[in-house]
Design a protein around this ligand. Structure first.
Ligand SMILES: C[S@@+](CC[C@H](N)C(=O)[O-])C[C@H]1O[C@@H](n2cnc3c(N)ncnc32)[C@H](O)[C@@H]1O
Length: 249
């Protein structure tokens, strides 16, 4: 059984990954972006608190989770383990501005009022930073006010215990009442990026619900039956707010 530490993360090719998944926006990703936009807009419709800090865990080569947090945050940290992905993210947050491929996702976000007044490229460059970190080392010492984790806990190992630990580490990185979004590939048997294979743990809606329910009192699960390639059965999006049962650091 492939554990997280066994996979060739140092060989992860972010450009190949973008080509495979995001260069031509898929209907399911655009749907997820709409759901994210509307969920976060609802969470903040009473006003935006001062100095909200956001985190996207295992950001890889995907900017849309961070873009969806842009109106609410003073700072956003992209945590990522694979060095080529950290370098990709640093380039995206540099003064040159992020790649055009991400514009299609912003076009969906800016249909909601909170996103409309922003210049996303300059704001992204101002408030977003990337940092190399291991999700499984997050121990509750650092916490954020809003967070996303897309296709990570289920797409980094074949081991059930590492899946559950990944979810727990993410949830323990959130402050009480922090809105969160987490996405999972349904029943994934693993995936290939360029010449390399990466492991996955097979989840369905029930497994996702079981893994999250102790951390939240309001959980909304969207079971999206869109297949993007052979080897999985769709995507699952979980939206919620962190409850008060915070583990002691
Ligand atoms: C399937 S990709 C998902 C990337 C991106 N979030 C997305 O939505 O497309 C899985 C990501 O998890 C990252 N990853 C794997 N193990 C990790 C770990 N232990 N800590 C943090 N990130 C990890 C990988 O480098 C990769 O970027």
């Amino acid at each position: 059984m492939d554990r997280n530490a066994d996979a060739p993360w140092s060989k992860f090719d972010p450009e190949a990954y973008v080509d495979l998944n995001y260069r031509t926006p898929l209907e399911v990703d655009l749907l997820i972006v709409r759901l994210l936009r509307d969920y976060f807009s609802g969470c903040f419709d009473g006003g935006i608190p001062d100095s909200v800090r956001g985190v996207d865990v295992g950001a890889g080569a995907n900017l849309y989770p961070a873009l969806s947090m842009l109106p609410w945050c003073e700072k956003i940290l992209l945590l990522e383990y694979a060095r080529p992905n950290v370098e990709y993210l640093e380039r995206q947050a540099s003064p040159e501005g992020y790649d055009e491929v991400w514009d299609a996702f912003w076009d969906v976000l800016r249909d909601a009022p909170a996103y409309q007044s922003l210049d996303p490229r300059s704001r992204f460059g101002e408030i977003v930073r990337a940092e190399r970190a291991n999700l499984l080392d997050l121990d509750g010492q650092r916490r954020w006010d809003i967070g996303t984790m897309f296709f990570v806990a289920d797409s980094m190992s074949e081991c059930p215990d590492e899946f559950r630990r990944g979810v727990r580490c993410f949830m323990d990185a959130l402050n009480e009442s922090a809105p969160f979004a987490a996405a999972f590939m349904k029943e994934s048997v693993g995936y290939k990026v360029g010449a390399h294979r990466y492991p996955a743990y097979r989840v369905n809606e029930n497994r996702v619900r079981e893994s999250l329910e102790e951390f939240t009192d309001e959980l909304e699960i969207h079971d999206l039956h869109h297949m993007v390639r052979p080897g999985h059965e769709g995507m699952i999006l979980a939206l919620g707010r962190r409850n008060s049962a915070i583990a002691a650091p």
